[in-house]
Write a protein that binds this ligand. Structure first.
Ligand SMILES: [Zn+2]
Length: 369
């Protein structure tokens, strides 16, 4: 793919990095720019080429196009990426690589944003799926009183993970009387999630996952919100419902998404059951999930136990080889040069609000007035 160029000795900037410049959105080898000397820095490579855009006069360097642009300790990115998909919690990663948990959190957020852009870029060239399996992965943020779904869409022909988003839920299920009282208190203080959240998010999930196809088969369980979400899609759909109680083995039509559930719980420490490392915010959970998505689709064999098993992206005919970490982090991608689906745009801008924190912030503000 064109944006996965291997690094050449003589770097040529493919476009102007200024989002306001007319030479920003398209790649053109002869856009008007000039070399403008070098600057020196403390880490290798020490000499960095500078450039000037002759149209908007923006000055920039070869580093502007690197995934480590403006980063302290750029060498940590690769190590943190693999540990974040290898089941380690943020504090464990911090101890292991020798930096603060805040540094790890910042780098994971940044890697997550990069992975959203990388996947979206690949999807621009992808054929639409024939079948989509969708389901909600149940987890929580802040405390068990704030459950939410990560809604997942998978192509069962290849196990390719197409998209995910989230929807807040109201705590349900068995509770002690003390827990019930606590729920009443918390809901009075922080409000209740939108009762149509699952329906709305499932609609967005499926709209993105079925983009470009005229007719598609969608497999889900019997959750009552899924049917109206699917009816609202403007394409021809055959909706196949598999009861949630059905045996969850390979013969189950939801197998691909059930397998992904297991993979998420196994590889992302924040979603393990009974963990101490649960997500404090849906925002952070989404960033980590995007890293896992890139690893699952492009870097990891479809069948983990089979050596050299092709990746889901290879099975889908999107790439001819498995991506290494160097490929994934080869080049900085610019959000201003591409379209992101609505939920990912919110994640990218860090706009997802955690109910418990939102009200606390308001509270502090009212003190300030
Ligand atoms: Zn320019």
């Amino acid at each position: 793919m064109r944006f996965l160029n291997s690094r050449s000795r003589l770097f040529r900037p493919p476009f102007c990095p200024n989002p306001q410049c007319p030479h920003h959105r398209t790649d053109s080898p002869d856009w008007p720019h000039k070399r403008a000397g070098f600057y020196r820095r403390q880490i290798a490579p020490r000499r960095i080429q500078r450039f000037t855009c002759l149209h908007c006069r923006r000055s920039f360097s070869s580093q502007t196009f690197s995934t480590t642009y403006w980063q302290h300790r750029p060498g940590l990115d690769k190590r943190i990426f693999m540990k974040a998909v290898g089941g380690m919690a943020l504090r464990q990663i911090a101890r292991d690589v020798g930096c603060s948990p805040e540094t790890v959190a910042g780098k994971v957020a940044r890697l997550g944003r990069h992975c959203m852009l990388l996947h979206s870029r690949f999807m621009e060239f992808a054929d639409p799926a024939r079948i989509v399996v969708a389901d909600g992965f149940e987890t929580f943020e802040w405390s068990q009183y704030f459950p939410f779904h990560h809604n997942l869409a998978v192509d069962p022909d290849t196990d390719f993970w197409i998209y995910f988003n989230d929807s807040e839920l109201r705590r349900k299920g068995r509770m002690t009387s003390t827990q019930r009282k606590r729920r009443v208190e918390l809901e009075a203080r922080f409000g209740r999630p939108d009762p149509r959240a699952v329906r709305k998010s499932m609609f967005e999930l499926l709209k993105v996952a079925t983009a470009g196809s005229g007719c598609v088969v969608i497999d889900t369980d019997d959750h009552p919100s899924y049917r109206p979400a699917i009816r609202a899609l403007e394409i021809e759909v055959e909706h196949r419902v598999t009861p949630g109680r059905a045996r969850r083995d390979r013969s189950n039509r939801l197998w691909a998404v059930n397998l992904l559930d297991l993979l998420i719980r196994h590889n992302n420490a924040n979603h393990r059951r009974e963990t101490l490392a649960w997500s404090k915010r849906r925002q952070g959970s989404s960033e980590r999930l995007a890293i896992l998505l890139v690893w699952r689709n492009y870097m990891q064999g479809r069948r983990e136990k089979i050596r050299n098993s092709p990746t889901p992206a290879m099975e889908r005919g999107m790439l001819s080889r498995r991506l290494a970490l160097e490929d994934v982090l080869d080049r900085r991608l610019f959000a201003s040069r591409m379209e992101l689906p609505a939920s990912w745009r919110r994640y990218y801008r860090r706009e997802v609000e955690t109910r418990a924190l939102k009200s606390q912030r308001r509270h502090e503000l009212s003190y300030a007035v």
